[in-house]
Design a protein around this ligand. Structure first.
Ligand SMILES: *Cc1c(COP(=O)(O)O)cnc(C)c1O
Length: 387
């Protein structure tokens, strides 16, 4: 197999020279001419059964060629047979829960905390008819029941940057499929399927698109697991818009370079923050003593570009004093973003849960972008002194 950068540039573009174009076409059709309605019906039946493609897309909720190119590219980067894209990361997680629980008659989910606030809230509310036991990663084996349909894991975790040994959780889960949210690491730094994950989930809204202008989600998995996900996508209508699919696909060629540059800056900022007199603690997998599970270098190829820290002053004063760093939720964009998890991304997770999983009231999460490191440092240093 070719290298990561080559796959990132060429993935999902193999048919372009055959059709005589350089950039992937954006197909905005909602419907497709079907002069022979019998064969159109056959195509519809095949797609409704979960086929990856058919002789005609028939209708935009069933298939879209622009989205299919992005899916192929993402599968190549994750090293899985296929990928299925959705309207958002949450739509992707919903489909994984429905495919592994609703469609199989299993009601029980085991989820390792901490998780992205939205994922935690979806499972806590039981909105999808599931009943979830939250555990720490070491507690997965003991929580599995005969009716467990899915194990949910996120590493590095949002927002604490905890790193978890995926293979150990997969072993603990036994026959139960494990979904790993790989949004923070991206396929550049980690390929959970290589460690036994059945589903690899991304909020494409973050690093994959990389420019803060496209919402989307994607699940990389085997052919066998992809078919029910496509059936669900057709029936629930959680499709990715082709314009967004184009933008997510357009983000992939620069993904390895963006991660490399942002990671370098993040490592330097983490080191400087850890030595700053107004900072109480820094969470970053690359700092000494923060690789407990020993996964950095083995499972996780680099510490990434996300970090979290506790200022000793008021976190909201610190955020207000920033000029270069963008105060906003989301992550993985070209600009550096900062947010206060307790107020925003993790607001819907109970205070007791936040405390138990290390999300303190002062913790700030930083998604390091592509600016010059010294401009970011001057901004952070000034804001910390104001806090
Ligand atoms: C943002 C995010 C999600 C949800 O994705 P959306 O595209 O916003 O629906 C899920 N997991 C993680 C880790 C995230 O950061």
């Amino acid at each position: 197999m070719s290298g990561m950068r080559t796959r990132a540039v060429h993935g999902g573009r193999h048919d372009l020279s055959d059709i005589g174009v350089h950039a992937p076409p954006i197909d905005l059709s909602t419907t497709y001419p079907i002069p022979d309605q019998d064969s159109g019906g056959v195509a519809l039946g095949e797609l409704a059964d979960g086929a990856e493609r058919a002789a005609s897309p028939v209708y935009a909720r069933l298939h879209n060629p622009t989205t299919a190119r992005f899916e192929q590219a993402l599968a190549e980067l994750e090293g899985t047979e296929q990928a299925v894209a959705f309207a958002s990361g949450m739509a992707a997680l919903t489909a994984v829960v429905q495919a592994s629980c609703g469609m199989t008659g299993h009601r029980h989910v085991v989820a390792a905390r901490p998780l992205y606030g939205g994922s935690d809230h979806l499972l806590t509310t039981g909105l999808l008819g599931t009943d979830t036991d939250f555990v720490d990663p070491a507690g997965v084996a003991a929580a599995i029941r005969p009716d467990t349909g899915l194990v949910v894991l996120e590493t590095p975790a949002n927002p604490t940057l905890d790193v978890v040994d995926i293979a150990a959780v997969v072993r603990a889960a036994g026959d139960v499929p494990v979904v790993v949210d790989n949004t923070f690491a991206t396929p550049v730094l980690q390929n959970p399927a290589d460690h036994g994950a059945a589903y690899v989930l991304h909020s494409g809204t973050k690093y994959l698109g990389g420019h803060g202008d496209a919402l989307g989600g994607v699940v990389a998995c085997s052919v066998e697991r992809a078919a029910p996900l496509r059936q669900l996508r057709i029936l629930t209508g959680a499709v990715l818009h082709p314009l967004s699919a184009y933008l997510l696909h357009r983000g992939l060629p620069t993904l390895p370079l963006r991660i490399d540059a942002a990671q370098r800056t993040a490592a330097e900022l983490a080191r400087r923050l850890a030595a700053h007199p107004r900072v109480c603690s820094v969470r970053y997998p690359g700092l000494a003593g923060q690789n407990d599970a020993g996964v950095l270098g083995r499972q996780l190829r680099g510490p990434g570009a996300m970090l979290a820290f506790e200022p000793d002053g008021d976190p909201h004063t610190v955020v207000r004093a920033l000029d270069v760093v963008t105060p906003a939720v989301s992550l993985g964009s070209v600009d550096t973003l900062i947010e206060h998890p307790a107020a925003l991304t993790h607001r819907l997770v109970g205070e007791d849960v936040l405390a138990a999983t290390g999300v303190s009231a002062s913790l700030l999460r930083l998604s390091v972008g592509l600016e010059d490191v010294d401009d970011l440092w001057d901004d952070l240093d000034k804001a910390l002194r104001a806090g």
